[in-house]
Design a protein around this ligand. Structure first.
Ligand code: ATP
Ligand code: MN
Ligand code: MN
Length: 306
């Protein structure tokens, strides 16, 4: 039996089926962004954010009263979790409480229903917990660092990643800095990946000690950028591309083209309010090639015998 032919009309964007309670609750008071507004935002960006939030353990910043109320950072499942959210068990920590994961748009809107204001995924997926498929260099400017210097730091990070055979992508953090993210083939393990990112950060700090530091304990950070590589450890997380931030301004972490990285676009330039306009205006997703660009991290070369 043949199905009746589908209509030739262009397919409608996917719609969530999750029912929100208190849709009018204000989450970002100054911008007037409500819980419904947050759900509409995530529905709009779903196809872009999906590869970065589906099938990964997620840490979540929740705030039932919005950004001005109490917020809490949760790495584990809680009671009364929305039924669209999946529980996953860390294979290395089977006795611990389950972790949180989502599979689809309803899962993402289930997070909104659970008052999630920031989404922080692992750098590995639940199909290969021990081998990250991306690395993130978190550029944290200290006091008095001009934005041009942060841009220069991102470009230098990109160059060093490319020298190592990796592709580099850039996003605003939605906070104070930039994130340089490289897709990797899930081959190297967490300790190997951490060592690789530490070596990269250390070499930037030792080559340009006036511009960069690679350890948080360095007291004199004024005028310097911390090349924070410590996101790249098992169980650590970083804010997802397109995630909202629980900070004034309703900023989001926005993927950019490298040539968009100009002084006019600051770290919190893109927000829940202007993202739809941006996505309608750009011709292609700046991170469209992210997964296809993944390369393996090469192990440090052992000394050649002479
Ligand atoms: P910025 O550009 O302002 O540095 P960011 O996203 O890089 O923004 P933070 O929001 O300060 O930096 O977060 C740093 C990391 O620490 C996040 O990636 C997150 O995984 C983790 N984190 C954030 N909030 C908490 C928290 N309340 N408790 C524990 N870890 C947190
Ligand atoms: Mn940061
Ligand atoms: Mn940091």
């Amino acid at each position: 039996v043949r199905e009746t032919p589908k209509s030739k009309a262009s397919p409608q964007p996917e719609r969530p089926t999750v029912k929100l309670t208190h849709p009018d609750r204000i989450y970002w008071p100054e911008e007037g962004v409500t819980k419904q507004g947050l759900a509409d935002y995530y529905t709009e960006v779903w196809k872009y954010i999906a590869p970065f939030v589906v099938a990964r353990p997620l840490a979540l910043l929740r705030g039932p009263e919005g950004i001005t109320g109490q917020t809490f950072f949760q790495k584990h499942a809680w009671k009364g979790l929305n039924t669209n959210i999946a529980l996953v068990t860390d294979p290395k920590d089977k006795d611990d409480e389950p972790l949180i994961s989502i599979n689809d748009l309803d899962g993402l809107i289930g997070l909104v229903q659970s008052a999630v204001l920031e989404i922080h995924p692992w750098g590995s997926t639940i199909t290969d917990w021990e081998r990250p498929d991306m690395i993130i260099m978190d550029l944290d400017p200290g006091e008095n660092v001009p934005w041009e210097q942060v841009i220069a730091g991102a470009l230098e990070t990109r160059e060093r990643l490319e020298q190592a055979g990796l592709a580099a992508f850039i996003k605003t953090s939605g906070g104070k800095g930039l994130h340089v993210v490289a897709p990797v083939k899930p081959k190297a393990t967490w300790p190997e990946v951490k060592a690789f990112t530490k070596a990269l950060a250390d070499s930037m700090a030792s080559d340009s000690p006036d511009s960069y530091v690679s350890t948080i304990t360095k007291s004199k950070r004024t005028g310097k950028i911390l090349i924070d590589y410590l996101r790249n450890q098992r169980g650590m997380t970083a804010v997802a591309p397109y995630s909202t931030r629980a900070r004034p301004g309703a900023a989001v972490s926005m993927p950019l083209e490298w040539d968009e990285l100009t002084p006019g676009i600051g770290p919190a330039y893109f927000t829940v309010l202007n993202t739809a306009t941006r996505l309608a205006a750009i011709k292609r997703d700046p991170w469209a090639d992210f997964r296809a660009a993944a390369a393996p991290i090469e192990k440090p070369k052992t000394k050649k015998r002479g």
